[in-house]
Design a protein. Structure first.
Length: 276
């Protein structure tokens, strides 16, 4: 039985696809500018178009940094694993790697990190991937300004975070023994292992992340997420409703920016209550 075809309207900045040279593979998208399109394709593909752009750009950066062979480029292996977790088709992954390796005219993406302060001195780190640093810098600064924050110099808040590899294993997905999982992770080079209510958390040094992730993958361990992240050493409570509003404004604007890949902060953000 074939997949059900669903007509869904989505807003997409088609310039991202054009720069990456994948417009011919996506039917119904215009050739320039922000457009609203209706795609007669399976719903899951529509929902993941943003991930496609993101992961292909990451492929390009990883290939330029360490070459197109995953066997000798651990960063590329990690990017491929993340792309597969987002259900990117293998042929799309292969095309993006080949394009990054052989197309001199491909968009030149670079990673830029911004650091700054939000309300009440909250620390914020913004990781971006961009082909236009002026556009990205302007957008990031605008987000901070709208939330009464400010962008600082490199290093102004990063010392408040620890860069760690973090792997989450969902208990509902993993049927094995917790002690066995812990030993597999530690033997592969993990620094710490903890059991939470609904998951297992594994932490690594960034340099050991690839080895630990691959060891778990080879052991057949399903990973809900696996990434190198920034973990706050301490958290800040926002007691003013206005501060909470301003902080959310910064985070929302950064979340809406296509160039922003990750945002880390030390706000002790309250968990959203489930609606009955």
């Amino acid at each position: 039985m074939g997949e059900k075809q669903v007509q869904i309207g989505v807003s997409i900045d088609a310039r991202h696809f054009s720069r990456l040279g994948i417009l011919p593979q996506i039917e119904g998208i215009g050739k320039a500018g922000p457009v609203r399109v209706v795609l007669g394709i399976p719903c899951v593909i529509v929902c993941q178009l943003g991930h496609v752009v993101l992961e292909i750009a990451h492929h390009a950066v990883a290939v330029k940094a360490g070459g197109p062979d995953p066997a000798t480029n651990s960063k590329l292996r990690d990017v491929i694993a993340k792309a597969k977790a987002n259900n990117m088709p293998n042929d799309t992954i292969d095309r993006s790697i080949k394009k990054a390796a052989g197309d001199a005219n491909a968009a030149n993406y670079e990673s830029i990190t911004y650091e700054g302060y939000g309300p009440s001195g909250t620390a914020i780190i913004v990781e971006t991937l961009t082909d236009n640093r002026n556009r990205t810098a302007s957008n990031v600064r605008n987000a901070f300004t709208k939330g009464s924050g400010n962008v600082g110099t490199n290093g102004c808040v990063s010392f408040m975070f620890d860069r760690k590899g973090q792997i989450i294993v969902d208990k509902e997905e993993y049927e094995g023994d917790a002690d066995e999982l812990m030993m597999t992770a530690l033997d592969a080079g993990a620094e710490d292992f903890s059991e939470e209510e609904d998951c297992y958390e594994i932490y690594t040094d960034p340099d050991s992340f690839s080895e630990v992730r691959e060891a778990l993958e080879q052991a057949g361990v399903p990973m809900a997420s696996a990434e190198v992240t920034m973990i706050p050493q301490n958290y800040v409570d926002l007691t003013s409703d206005n501060d909470v509003k301003l902080m959310n404004r910064i985070l929302d604007m950064l979340d809406d920016d296509d160039d922003v890949q990750e945002v880390y902060h030390n706000w002790n953000q309250p968990e959203e209550e489930d609606e009955d």
